[in-house]
Write a protein that binds this ligand. Structure first.
Ligand code: AVI
Length: 320
């Protein structure tokens, strides 16, 4: 295996690096070329994403927070007393704090692939909520994983904010919701944030911010390939493009090759035509009806939906 050998010679990779290498080489050999959005999130990418959430054009984060804040008593009324809150993916703790402050949560289970990040997050929450039992689980939440034995007898509530579901293809979104239902068990509930379809200009601006932070976020995946996989992408020879695909209800992010060029990584040459794209992300936008249909098709029932006044974003309560 040429790739594995080249990689081993380059810098004795850990398992995650070899998975990244295999995915990157496979995906860049496809037509059209693509890369998985999960590779955006190294330390720099996570910081750039945090910066995106503060941009004036990027409405989802602050709108979702306003819904969680304004509807906290209605949400609290739905969450059973002493429930274990299982968060799929552990980002900034801002959103979960709103639930912890307003609902009678007995235990908090953040699930994230990055064990280091989980530890920092868990320590911060333990400090601010000394009564709360925190049981971090280091796992890829898109695959089945076991819940900690300590929460066995508690009612379960899943939490999946940020419209991360929108970065899944529709069949992956359905598979994720089914798997979450399996993991949480019968009678469980789920609080999930979903971005809504809206004026295309608003969507366009949110992914083409004036300060260029989203462009840096998108290009960062090439920086990662250069550093971690010994690539030689010339960043100035690729540009960020984000467009709204109306038929498929999604924002698409691409990296466009500005000229014909050949890039090397791990002993593999990748040729680009001028204008050729690497499709790096889809961000699906739902209508309330399309989301309830997706939930229903995945074994959940949507019992309540909340939106902001302008109908930009939605938060849903589902029951299994
Ligand atoms: C994490 N996710 C929901 C973001 C989104 O809006 O799809 C990622 C992102 N991509 C570009 N800007 C933000």
């Amino acid at each position: 295996n040429v790739h594995a050998t080249a990689l081993a010679e380059a810098h004795l990779p850990d398992e995650q690096t070899s998975v990244f290498a295999r995915d990157a080489i496979d995906d860049l050999s496809q037509r059209p070329k693509r890369l998985s959005p999960k590779y955006f999130y190294d330390a720099t990418g996570s910081e750039l994403f945090e910066a995106i959430t503060r941009l004036p054009e990027y409405y989802p984060t602050r709108t979702e927070l306003s819904i969680l804040r304004d509807r906290s008593s209605e949400i609290a009324a739905i969450i059973p007393k002493g429930a274990a809150l299982v968060e799929f993916g552990a980002g900034a703790t801002t959103k979960v704090r709103l639930l912890l402050e307003n609902c009678a949560i007995g235990a908090y289970v953040p699930v994230d692939i990055s064990g280091d990040f989980l530890k920092v997050q868990a320590d911060a929450l333990r400090k601010d909520f000394p009564e709360l039992a925190v049981y971090p689980v280091a796992a890829d939440f898109t695959a089945p994983f076991a819940l900690p034995a300590a929460i066995a007898g508690m009612p379960k509530v899943g939490f999946f904010p940020g419209s991360t579901l929108g970065n899944f293809e529709p069949h992956e979104a359905c598979a994720f919701l089914r798997s979450a239902r399996e993991i949480l068990g019968a009678g469980a509930q789920m609080i999930i944030g979903v971005d809504l379809e809206k004026d295309e200009r608003v969507l366009y601006e949110a992914y083409n911010d004036a300060a260029g932070v989203t462009a840096r976020f998108n290009l960062n995946v090439l920086v990662r390939i250069n550093r971690e996989l010994g690539g030689n992408f010339d960043l100035s020879a690729f540009s960020h493009r984000a467009i709204y695909n109306r038929e498929r209800h999604r924002i698409e992010m691409h990296l466009i090759s500005k000229k014909p060029q050949t890039v090397r990584m791990l002993g593999t040459s990748i040729a680009f035509r001028a204008g050729e794209s690497i499709h790096t992300e889809n961000s699906y936008k739902y209508s309330l009806e399309r989301f309830s249909a997706l939930a229903r098709g995945s074994g959940w029932t949507a019992v309540k939906s909340w939106t902001d006044k302008a109908g930009m974003f939605s938060v849903h309560a589902l029951v299994a």
